[in-house]
Unconditional design. Sequence first.
Length: 128
Amino acid sequence: MSGFSDALEVSASGLRAQSARLRLVSENIANSDTPGYRRKVAPFEISAQDGPAVVSIGKVTADQTQLDRIHDPSHPLADAGGYYEGSNVNLIVEIADAREAQRTYEANLKMFDQARQMSSRLYELLRR
């Protein structure tokens, strides 16, 4: 029976990781117009200690790509030349990441549901 619980644990870890990824993407999208905001990224980490290999989200870091320089002399943060630093969030990349995370979340949810259904059917067979 541990195979079913291992499958549930693996898919649940995928659900948690993709949920955290969606949170980061939504923060990035919400702050895309915030001056000086750096896109947040986090790697996935796989650990297989005393059980099935589970996925988790690693340390959240700020993307170090260069910030956009925006010319707007009327902006309160503009320097003497009329420029200020915008964010390094690319909405196309964020939307693509959100879509990938959503689809991966759905795949993990289907895997979780399949394992749950197989487990309950096995219990029904064993009760007979």
